[in-house]
Design a protein around this ligand. Structure first.
Ligand SMILES: [Zn+2]
Ligand SMILES: [Zn+2]
Length: 264
C-alpha cells in the first residue's frame, strides 16, 4: 500500500487516539510509510477551535517521537503539517517551515475569507450562498496556493464539494485553470479518501479532476485524512483503483521535503 501522509492527532481538538494506535493501524494496513500532518497553528491566536496552538508544537514533536519509538524501524514515520492557505499567511507558513525538519508540508484551503466553509457549524451560510460564485472563489484560491510554492502536497483538491454543493454542468471550467497552476507549480496533489464518508460521497478530488491532473503530469499521493486510528489507510484499495483509472502508475514518497516515486 502507498504511504498515508495525511493524519491528525488529538492536539487539533477533533481527533482521537494515541500515537501507538495510529502506528499499529498503519502497520496493519501494510502502508509503505506513515506521516503525521496535524492542523498547523495559525496566528492571531486563538484563530479557531480546530487546530493546535503554537505552544502545542513541542508536544506535537513529542507525539511524533512517540510514534517513531513505537514503530521501532518497522515503518518510516514522517513529520508534516497541514497548513491553511489564508490571504497574507505566507510569512507565517515560512516561519512554521523553519521550525522543524519537516518531511513535507500540506497546503489546504479550508477558508474563503473568514468562512471555514467545510465546518458543519456554518452550514447555514451555504444555504445563503451562490454555489457557482463560491466555487469560482475556491478554485482561484486553490491556484494561488499552488503558485505560492510553500507546500509539497496540496490537500483534498475539491473540498468545496464536501456538503454536496456542486454547480450544474461540466466542472472542467473550474478544474482546468487550477490544474494548469498546479502543474506549473510542481506540487503533488492528494487523492483524499475522507470524501467518501462525507455528504458528497466522492473522494477528493472527483475522477474528472484526477484525469486532468494526470494528463498534466501532476504527481499524486493517496491520503486518508485520518482523525482516528481506525481511519488510517481507509479505502486505499478503492483509491488505487480510482487513481489507476485516471492514468496514474505511481505515487510519491517524501523525506525532508524531497520526493521520490514508487510504483502504484
Ligand atoms: Zn481535521
Ligand atoms: Zn483538511
Amino acid at each position: 500500500m502507498p504511504a498515508d501522509y495525511h493524519s491528525h492527532t488529538p492536539l487539533c481538538r477533533h481527533a482521537l487516539g494515541d500515537p501507538e494506535a495510529y502506528v499499529d493501524a498503519a502497520l496493519a494496513a501494510g502502508l509503505t510509510e506513515y506521516g503525521i500532518s496535524d492542523h498547523a497553528p495559525q496566528v492571531p491566536e486563538p484563530f479557531d477551535d480546530w487546530r493546535m496552538l503554537e505552544a502545542d508544537l513541542p508536544e506535537y514533536f513529542r507525539w511524533i517521537e512517540r510514534a517513531r519509538g513505537h514503530a521501532a524501524g518497522r515503518i518510516p514515520i514522517r513529520a508534516g503539517l497541514e497548513c491553511d492557505w489564508l490571504a497574507g499567511s505566507e510569512a507565517w507558513i515560512a516561519a512554521l517551515a523553519a521550525r522543524h525538519a519537516w518531511d513535507y508540508l500540506i497546503g489546504s484551503v479550508h477558508y474563503l475569507g473568514d468562512w471555514d466553509f467545510d465546518n458543519p457549524k456554518w452550514l447555514g451560510r451555504w444555504a445563503e450562498s451562490d454555489v457557482a460564485a463560491v466555487w469560482t472563489h475556491y478554485w482561484q484560491t486553490y491556484a494561488r496556493m499552488a503558485e505560492s510554492g510553500l507546500f509539497d502536497i496540496l490537500g483534498h483538491p475539491d473540498l468545496v464539494k464536501k456538503f454536496a454543493h456542486v454547480p450544474p454542468g461540466d466542472l472542467a471550467r473550474y478544474y482546468e485553470p487550477a490544474v494548469d497552476a498546479i502543474a506549473a507549480s510542481g506540487c503533488v496533489i492528494e487523492l483524499n479518501t475522507a470524501g467518501w464518508h462525507k455528504p458528497c460521497a466522492e473522494a477528493y478530488p472527483a475522477a474528472g479532476f484526477l484525469e486532468l491532473a494526470c494528463s498534466a503530469g501532476v504527481p499524486l499521493v493517496i491520503s486518508s485524512d485520518a482523525h482516528a486510528p481506525g481511519e488510517v489507510g481507509r479505502d486505499f484499495a478503492r483509491a488505487i483503483g480510482l487513481a489507476k483509472a485516471a492514468g496514474y502508475r505511481e505515487t510519491q514518497l517524501f523525506e525532508k521535503r524531497r520526493r521520490r516515486s514508487e510504483p502504484l
